[in-house]
Design a protein around this ligand. Sequence first.
Ligand SMILES: Cc1cc2nc3c(=O)[nH]c(=O)nc-3n(C[C@H](O)[C@H](O)[C@H](O)COP(=O)(O)O)c2cc1C
Length: 378
Amino acid sequence: MKPEVPSLLADPPASNPLFNDRKLKMGTFCSNLKHGCAISSIEGTLEATWPATVALARLADRMEYEALVPVGRWRGFGGTTDFNGAGFECYSWAAGIAGTNESSAIFATSHVPTVHPVMAAKQATTIDHISGGRFVLNVVTGWNESEFRLFGIDVPDHDRRYDMAVEWVEIIRRLWTEHELFDYEGEFYRIGGGQLLPKPIQSPRPPFMNAGGSERGRHFAAKYCDVAFIVVVNHDMDDLKAQIATYKDLARREYGREVAVWTHTYIVQGDTEKDARDFYDHYVHEHGDWEAATNLTEGLGINAQTVPPEALDFLREHFIAGWAGWPVIGTREQIVDTYLDLADTGIDGVLTSWARYEEGMEEFAVETYPLMVEAGLR
Ligand SMILES: Cc1cc2nc3c(=O)[nH]c(=O)nc-3n(C[C@H](O)[C@H](O)[C@H](O)COP(=O)(O)O)c2cc1C
């Protein structure tokens, strides 16, 4: 089957580390927002300052991380922490970060309804040039009602948001790849004399990522994107393995394409397993901001279909612990063992986060990362 939109995995741009052949690729998540991934009021969580976000990009460089994935957020989630309320806008963050890190793919996460595709294509191209061909565009359709209100727009129906995203990525792809002027007449966008120069460095184009969890979202990613991120609704390795295989199979069978599948993990490391579990209790159970977490999961429950409603309660604790990632808890040896198991599921890459992001990532870089290399994961 000839795909309508060829996947980059068939012949990836050499400049983009996202497609290297490491067994388990790694990235940071949400390093552009206050509190990073932990909905907790403990001291030492990430601040929304430029030196702090740059420090994480440099630590990523030290471990040759493949990805730096920011979160597109316009309003916080209230509670005592106003989780993720302060933070840096993704495209301008990516442009600045590209100058501070040499080895990772630099992502910008973009909401479809709030950024015109001509603007998105042009900004993305600029960042691709700044980064020497390491840019990735993470397409999100949006679900947080207060963010739509901020822009004075109603939340469109769930599947309509994906209809809009289909036009959005098509226009961006044509601007990136076509050399003749073109007109475009869609339901959502009308483009007169579409043209973009210079072209991105990556040829034929930079990658698209999507992290929609709904049926519609998975088809969107399988058909149009190169990287799909999944939220894991339970923490069973066999289920994860099946989820990844089903995703890859969907892309192959229905669209004749390959997609890379990534997920998010959060790390809680201790000298002993008990130390790690005690710290988990401290920042999640004693100091977790359950109000902000509830606002987040309720919002997701209303406007997104990322996870089934019955899983939201179970996941609330993991949202607090690390944006609903897969828990990686224990001694450094146990952490490496968990990543070995995760790599065996067929996952292509994992994002990583820590409650105390800078302190945790530094400790990981010094103490644990060498064991990851020794184990053949990197
Ligand atoms: C790894 C990951 C990153 C995401 N980043 C964002 C983000 O930055 N901003 C946002 O509004 N939604 C983000 N999302 C949410 C989804 O991409 C998607 O918009 C939402 O889940 C609604 O679509 P769905 O119903 O298909 O899941 C993210 C999800 C995942 C798993």
